[in-house]
Structure formats: C-alpha cells, structure tokens
Design a protein around this ligand. Sequence first.
Ligand code: COI
Length: 368
Amino acid sequence: MLPFNSLTNTLIMTTDVLQIELRRADRSRIQEVDFNNLPFGKHFSDHMFVADFIDGEWTNQMVVPFDNFSLSPSLTSLHYGQSIFEGMKAYKNEAGEVQMFRPMANFERINESARRMCMATLPEEVFMGGLETLLRVDADWVPTQPDSSLYIRPYMFALDASLGVAPAKTYRFCIFTCPVGTYYAKPPKLKVETEYIRSAPGGVGYAKCAGNYAASMYPTMLAQQAGYDQLIWTDAREHKYIEESGTMNIMFVIDGKLVTPATSDTILRGITRDSILKVARSWGMPVEERLVSVEEVINGIETGRLTEAFGAGTAVVVSPYALIGYNGHDYMLPENTTDDSFAIRIKNYLTDVRTGKIADEFGWMHTV
Ligand code: COI
C-alpha cells in the first residue's frame, strides 16, 4: 500500500499489476462546500478514477480532476443502455483513517450486473486499486459530521460508437465521490404500487443497471404528485407480494421478528440489507426472508402486530417510514424514534462500526 505522501503528479503503482496515472486538480473545490449541509449527490470531490476496456483488457487507469467526458453522440450506452453502477460509502474513524464499508461486496455485485448486461467484468485490482487511490487523493473530502459520509459511485458504460444492437467491445469504468448527509430529512411516505412494475422474473431486477432506475421514474412521479415520497414495488404477476422500494430494500418488524422479502432475480441484493440481517441474527432476533404479502403488512399495521417498517440501502442507510399508502388509504406507522426500536438500534450500530466507535466484529471495514 502506498503512503499518502507518495501521491504526486507522477505515474504511480498501486499493486504489482496495476499502474495508475495521477493528475491532480490545480486547485481544490473543497472550500466551496458547506459540510454541515450536504444534499445527496450535489457536491463532487476533486478527482475521479477512470479506466477503459479496449482490445479485451482494462487499460489507461487514471486519477484525474473531476470533469466532463467527451463522448460520441452514437455511444451505444446512450442508445441501448449498457450502463451499470454501484453505491458505496467511506467514513473517517476517530483515528482519522479512511475506511470503506464492505467494498468487496460491491465488487462482486458490479460484476454480477456486468454479466447480466453482457458487459466486460472488472478485475479486483482495477476496482479496488481505483477506489483506494482515489480515496487517498481525496481523503480530505470524507466528512466527519454526524450522519454524513463519502458516497462513492463506481459505474461502467459501453463506449462503442455504433448503432448496431450488440454488446459493445469497449467500456469505461469510472469512480467519483460526493460527501453526503442524511438522504431523507424526515421519514418518507411510501405508496404500494399496484399498476406499474419494476421488474419481472427472468428480467434484470437484481442487476444495478441504469434502466431499472429510468423505468421507475414515471410511476414514482405519479406517486409524488399524489403526496408520497417513494414507491413500494410489488410482484409483476399479481401485485400481491412486496419486493423492494425505489432506492432501498424494505424490512418489517412483525410479532418481534425481522421480516423481509427474500431476494430473487427481481430484487436487488442489497449490501445494507445483508448486513442488517447478519447483525440481527447475531443479536438473536428471529429473521424471516420470505414472501411478504401486502395484505400481511396492512393487516399487521391494523392489528398492531407490525411495529416497524423501514428502508435499508447504501444511500438511505436505515430509514423508518412514516406511512404506507395502499388502495387509496394511508396506514400510519408507529413513530419509531426511541432507542428501543430495532431500526434505530441497527442504524446506530452500523454508524458506530463505520466510524470506529465499536469493534468491527464482522470484519466489514476496509482501511484505505
Ligand atoms: C444506493 O443506495 O447506493 C443506491 O443505489 C440508491 C441510489 C440510486 C440513490
């Protein structure tokens, strides 16, 4: 691993097999950012990592100032959608070290998405080498304010300039970062979607591909016009079972058990979701990953057996819901703001692990 002071404006080595060219920004933009007010995805750190897949290999690895790309109007990813991404976060612990949360899980997932979208896969040294070098260069951008973190956006898109409908031969992988605060300022209002679908069996729902997000925008806009913040997607066949939400997986506490839809090819395998399930099991909480019907949830709210409903994701972390709207009726959820609510306990636990306040018993933090 390189010491920080070896990062100069020269060609540097991060591993035995990877060379990364570093070109530093002439001046940092960090002074322009109010770290006490960090809207999601609006402020971009000084640098980005870029690598291209050309002639069957990853090449031209660079850390350069965050800037526009010059791209062909006939770029295949713009026309046919070969475009995938990840969301991850880095934190600074009390010793001032920058640490990423479970980066290898994102590495595995981006390659799962790449395979489904018929794109080039990434070698570990490009993904991890790019992340580590970028985070060392922009370490000052990792916020330390409560509830804030450095959101990391690795993504890959087809780079061919061609209108033929076929997998591209060239790809660009890029990573940039943004200091972020809380995603939702207050508990979101969710609407159960019973007309449109996010994904169907055999489709690409489990892949983190751009098209999944594009397809969700129209139904989400309709829900927002009706006063909700986000959707709860249901299965494509019957609209009977809950799948996930717009930017997060979804979890419930029913009869004291943590209940969440089992993942499948229609549901994103969330890393925050997986982390919460592991911690809950280690706390001795019964966990059920299974089909969860809308009826069970609504009935649970009405009878008081459902005590918590919340979203889990990298961007939202753990986000308790205010209400669930279904068939024209809003079902209010209990306010879970106290430390005895599972959502608050798990959120605090994850924050404490990520900021180094408590032991990293699962070995999830990766020091840069
Ligand atoms: C994330 O949580 O990283 C996501 O991918 C959600 C994002 C689209 C806001």
